[in-house]
Design a protein around this ligand. Structure first.
Ligand code: ATP
Ligand code: MG
Length: 240
């Protein structure tokens, strides 16, 4: 089996007298070091899927399994930064260590991450002093601090302006290249998915309707006809 294997996942939410099926027959596998994007319209089940993988909610049926039989360390980035306003940037970044009851927090690692993300000068600042892009960088630092084996990103760049978005996209790709993390990335943005991922699945009403493998080298160019052809294929599958 692959390192990460999801089979026949189904998630129902109670909705008044009936149920809303948010995911149905959802199967997906990934090897370590994979970068899989999940795209689809609003309400297609993308966040539901990431929440199940993170263990933030449980499926109605189906399985999420790892070949080594244990759940990996997971880091998650949400659409909004979700920083704790009463903690400094650095305290936010090391926050995932708190529940472990560690005496010595890995401040060195936190600082190295903040430096990499370009916000080290703000380590003692509170989140209210950060711009949206800086706050999202801090959230990325928090997700990376515990050296996650699997990173879940739920439209992490959605709320950012064009320039910040491009810069942070580069940083995520660099991180992917240098640390060979396994990433599950949710986005609305088809171009973004094609620029970044090795594989893309398209979700429609909780079902995977299209799977695409991308063999283009990084960095990828939008002007490359092969890039444009994949975007076109995905847009057609979403518009169905
Ligand atoms: N806690 C909940 N209770 C009831 N229904 C829910 C709940 N969470 C999600 N849903 C429903 O499940 C479906 C999938 O929602 P989900 O948040 O996974 O979509 P999404 O693809 O992430 O959408 P978006 O792009 O807008 O973030 C939607 O119809 C939503 O209304
Ligand atoms: Mg969502």
């Amino acid at each position: 089996m692959a390192w990460f294997e999801v089979s026949k996942l189904r998630k129902e939410y109670p909705l008044g007298e009936s149920v809303k099926v948010a995911l149905r027959d959802f199967s997906l596998s990934a090897e370590r070091g994979d970068f899989v994007s999940i795209i689809g319209r609003s309400g297609s089940g993308k966040t539901t899927f990431l929440r199940l993988v993170a263990g933030l909610s449980s499926q109605t049926s189906g399985e999420i399994k790892y070949s080594d039989g244990r759940k990996p360390r997971i880091g998650m980035v949400f659409q909004e930064p979700r920083l704790m306003p009463w903690l400094t940037v650095e305290e936010n970044v090391v926050f995932p260590y708190k529940p472990l009851g560690r005496k010595n927090l890995p401040l060195k690692r936190a600082r190295a991450l903040l430096e990499m993300l370009g916000i080290l000068d703000y380590k003692d600042a509170y989140p209210s002093a950060l711009s949206g892009g800086m706050a999202q960088r801090a959230a990325l630092g928090r997700a990376l601090c515990r050296e996650p084996e699997l990173i879940l990103m739920d439209e992490p760049l959605g709320a950012l302006d064009y320039f910040t978005r491009n810069a942070l996209r580069e940083e995520i790709l660099n991180l992917y290249m240098t640390e060979a993390k396994t990433i599950l990335f949710v986005t609305h943005d088809v171009d973004e998915a094609v620029a970044m991922s090795r594989r893309i699945v398209v979700l429609d009403e909780g079902e995977i309707v299209c799977r695409v493998k991308i063999d283009l080298d990084y960095p990828r160019k939008r002007t490359d006809p092969a890039f444009a052809a994949i975007v076109e294929q995905l847009l057609v599958s979403i518009a169905r």
